[in-house]
Structures are given as structure tokens and as C-alpha cells.
Design a protein around this ligand. Structure first.
Ligand SMILES: [Zn+2]
Length: 267
């Protein structure tokens, strides 16, 4: 505990990966092109009184169709840190892109926490364009609409405190209603950037990722991350394989699968 905020244990679960090139990841390409793989993560904040899952990954079916290398079901992997999708009560959705929402049905009791503009975006006028709809699975979007009709989606229009030690921060740009999450841990506030910065390098070099709705918003998102974190070492990018190298596994047998983000990184 610091002050009266609880300390959450914070985990990143790596559930998929894909081979890619540096030029895939920066608007404007990259003058030194070469391999730059991308990892896919789900996150979990385990607190003394309550736990939160952050995002919901994609399914094996979608992985096969989109030619991603599926390593494990992220919801199954929650069991490795003592959580059970069947009884998880709260899932924060940073946005509705296919790789962040696809397993929503595997949380039958959860409420889903989302910035309202993201759902408007996902059902709105721009989805007629392949360039923007490509990042969504229409069945996921319809599924979230159904959950809303079942009163299981909680909407926010701006920053929000979900619980002591868990705060939500809109940072639209990559998607119109993207948010990042701050989690209070024993090393202070850790900022889960999700797709506000896919890689450390997007933020550090101020070159946004290629999937973009509003490039100005993406650049301002980097500033918001820095302003919300005690230090750059407290910011965790959404898709960077370096996260698995910089943070330790909770147990040796989970190497390459899960790391702890509530301890300082080694670089
Ligand atoms: Zn995304």
C-alpha cells in the first residue's frame, strides 16, 4: 500500500505473435528496414479485493484467418495466475480492434468498460472503408452491441477512476475511442499503453504506428503517456516483444508466456 491505494499485481500474457518488418510499424516506413516481430498481449491486474482483466485478445479461428501465430488462448492462460474467465467481474476494453476484444464471450459474468466514442466509431460511417474496418471483426462489434443491450457495457466519456488504483484515460488516434489504463502497483503507477504506443520505439522516436485514424491524436497520445507515468520505465507498450525480455516471469516455467509488470524492468 502507498497512501490509501491498493497495490495490484500486474501481468502481461503473451498469446500470439507474428513476423513483420520495421517498415510495417512506422508511418513513412523506415530507412533501415529489417525484421521486427510483433507480439499480442492481454493484461491482468490482481488486487487484494478485486481483479481486472485488460482486453480480451483474439480467438484461434481469427488467428488462422488473419495468419497470426496463435500461441495459447489468453483466457485459458489467466488460470496460470489464478484467475478464471468464468468468474472475472470486470474487463477493461482499451478499444474494439480484433486483437483486443475477440474473446469477450469467454467472460460470461463480466462487465466491460469502454470509452463511448469507440463503439460509435465501430458502428459508424467510416466502417464502410476497408482501410479502417480491417482492424475490426464485425462479429465482435455486433457482440458488444448485444452486451450493451444486456446492460453489461459501462461507457465513459473521458478519464475515469474505475476503482482505487485503476484509472482509465482516453487517448484517441490509433482508434477513435482508444483508452489506456493506469494501475497502482508496489512500484507506483504503471501505465498500460495498449495501442497508444505499439512499440517503445513508436513513442521514443515520435513516429506513429501505421494503423491510424488521427495522426495528431496519436502524437498527443505519446505525450499523455509520459505525463501519466512516474518515469518512462513505467510505460508498457501494447505489442512490443521487448516487454517479455525486460520483465521477469512470475515462475520459471512461465518464461515466454507471462511476465510481471509490477516489478521494475531490467533495462
Ligand atoms: Zn489496435
Amino acid at each position: 500500500m502507498s497512501g490509501d491505494l491498493p497495490d495490484y499485481e500486474l501481468y502481461a500474457i503473451r498469446y500470439a505473435t507474428r513476423a513483420a518488418s520495421r517498415s510495417d510499424h512506422f508511418i513513412g516506413g523506415d530507412p533501415h528496414d529489417g525484421p521486427m516481430p510483433m507480439d499480442y498481449f492481454m493484461w491482468a491486474a490482481v488486487g487484494p479485493a478485486q481483479s481486472f482483466v485488460i482486453d480480451a485478445g483474439f480467438t484461434a479461428e481469427v488467428a488462422a484467418r488473419r495468419k497470426r501465430e496463435f500461441l495459447r488462448c489468453p483466457v485459458e492462460a489467466l488460470k496460470l495466475i489464478g484467475l478464471d474467465g468464468d468468474i472475472v467481474s470486470d474487463v477493461i476494453l482499451t478499444h474494439l480492434h480484433y486483437d483486443h476484444v475477440g474473446n469477450f464471450a469467454k467472460f460470461p459474468r463480466a462487465k466491460f468498460h469502454l470509452q463511448e466514442p469507440e463503439l460509435h466509431f465501430a458502428v459508424g460511417r467510416y466502417m464502410r472503408y476497408q482501410r479502417l474496418q480491417h482492424s475490426f471483426e464485425v462479429e465482435d462489434v455486433v457482440g458488444i452491441v448485444r452486451l450493451n443491450y444486456a446492460r453489461r457495457v459501462m461507457f465513459y466519456n473521458g478519464p475515469a477512476e474505475l476503482a482505487p488504483g485503476i484509472t482509465l484515460h482516453p487517448a484517441p488516434g490509433h482508434s477513435a475511442g482508444l483508452q489506456f489504463v493506469r494501475v497502482h502497483t508496489r512500484r507506483g503507477w504503471v501505465v498500460l499503453a495498449s495501442d497508444v504506443t505499439h512499440f517503445y520505439e513508436n513513442m521514443d522516436s515520435e513516429r506513429p504506428f501505421t494503423t491510424a485514424f488521427h495522426i495528431g491524436g496519436m502524437l498527443e497520445g505519446f505525450d499523455l503517456l509520459r505525463a501519466s507515468a512516474p518515469s518512462p520505465a513505467h510505460i508498457v507498450p501494447g505489442h512490443d516483444p521487448l516487454v517479455m525480455q525486460r520483465y521477469p516471469a512470475p515462475r520459471p516455467e512461465l518464461q515466454g508466456i507471462i511476465v510481471r509488470l509490477d516489478v521494475p524492468p531490467n533495462a
